[in-house]
Design a protein around this ligand. Sequence first.
Ligand SMILES: [Zn+2]
Length: 256
Amino acid sequence: MCTEDKVEQLANLILKHKNSIVFTGAGISTESGIPDYRSPGSGAWEKYDSSIVSIPGFLKDPTQYYNYALEMYPIRANAKPNSAHLLLAKMEKAGLINGVITQNVDGLHLTAGNINVHELHGSIRQSSCLECGQVFPMDDIINRVDEGENPPICETIDGKPCNGLIKPTAVFFGEGLPTRPWTSSVDKCKEASLMIVIGSSLQVSPANSLPDVALKTGSDLAIIDLLDTPFDSRATIKIQDRAVHVSELLMGFLGL
Ligand SMILES: [Zn+2]
């Protein structure tokens, strides 16, 4: 079956259920110019050692991470949502999906206009103090680093001195997932009667257990990814194609 026929089948499934949850990975953002940092040859780690985004590496020398962020953050912060992100925002507005669960830290689902977004791995657009938990927009923190405050330090909480180190809320290597987006994602997967996976090869633990949660409650599973995934044989539909290409076709079939 060609991609177009499969996408039409997916559109019919979406219209039938009207209760879908979407799960996205790096593949949805590559066409927004955001490299998949886990992919070999993506170039992200040729200049910097990846230990700077591990908790031990960050705590040992946060200035190295912020030097990297000074160079990389503007590229990521200026990335624009592509038609796959925009389709999901339209689908949520039209009541076709109940929200988006994402492994991505680029914040592009929120930029695109989705409201119910569960960022499993946090976001590069926000940071927080490791001592008091106070949240700061990453734009402001990067400006402070650019002005010479490296590493950036939380000055006060409720008028009292804090002096905690500020870290992006994006999950670093060696760090557990934040609890709230994870538990709400599990609930969303239990409630959904259709789970649509876009741009994730479902390899990374523990996010790769979410399709199991949906399947166990009798949900249909649709997967859009260029690669094979361990869930392909249990999927109602598998579309082996680019997220943007599929989304543009899907937009037509859904009349959005
Ligand atoms: Zn603080």
